[in-house]
Design a protein around this ligand. Sequence first.
Ligand SMILES: Nc1ncnc2c1ncn2[C@@H]1O[C@H](COP(=O)(O)OP(=O)(O)OP(=O)(O)O)[C@@H](O)[C@H]1O
Ligand SMILES: [Mg+2]
Length: 228
Amino acid sequence: MLVRRARLSKTSASRWRAGSGAPRCGRGREGGSACGGGPSGCGKSTLLNLLGLLEPLDAGEIWLDDVCVSRLSRRAQCRVRGRSIGYIFQSFLLIAGLTALENVLLAAHYVGRPRPAALAEAGRLMDRLGVVHRADHYPAQLSGGEQQRVAYCRAVLNAPPLVLADEPTGNLDDGPRRGDPGRAARALPERGTSVILVTHRADAAARADRVLRLREGRLESQGGDGHS
Ligand SMILES: Nc1ncnc2c1ncn2[C@@H]1O[C@H](COP(=O)(O)OP(=O)(O)OP(=O)(O)O)[C@@H](O)[C@H]1O
Ligand SMILES: [Mg+2]
């Protein structure tokens, strides 16, 4: 999936200011990966929220393939989000009253996917990420790293063409390599998924097709095709 954005701005409170801080036009590659970094508070999560259609833009446009999704109604944006975008949130955002497995299956529920196929895929994913033994546990009974792995499974359950990952390795640091959602997310482009990943880890950035850096609200490209 191609992701393009043009002069986005978000002006509320301390966030990007129109004009001074708006990212310029840019273009992503199908099945490619872009990795973004920058100091805490510079707007990385805000940018992913805008690209994920979770927050309204104050100005600018977002295009997914040849559709200007930022101009769609909220309802149509919800459909695009359900079908096309998997989001691994920095704070996981698992639903406290649902078990790990039920949280993963939510992704299928939102798009009306038949339960048996979704259940089989959820089991495979949770096994691969090393959390299948936690399937019946509630988020409060899981470690931060386990919650993050469950959040990864939910984000990719429907094999969305675009995955947005906000610090997907944040809670594992130098932990086990098997089941690291950051590694798993970085491998997604091999099967044609576009990934936009925010991380402080230099090793993740080194493997991305493009590296972007947010500085005082402006996106700067380091390497790649020169666009940002
Ligand atoms: N809902 C909001 N309303 C107003 N300001 C906000 C809101 N959410 C975040 N901010 C502010 O916008 C700025 C960017 O926040 P954001 O969460 O995008 O940063 P970040 O780069 O992801 O930081 P971190 O690396 O700590 O996760 C911060 O100064 C934050 O306080
Ligand atoms: Mg953040």
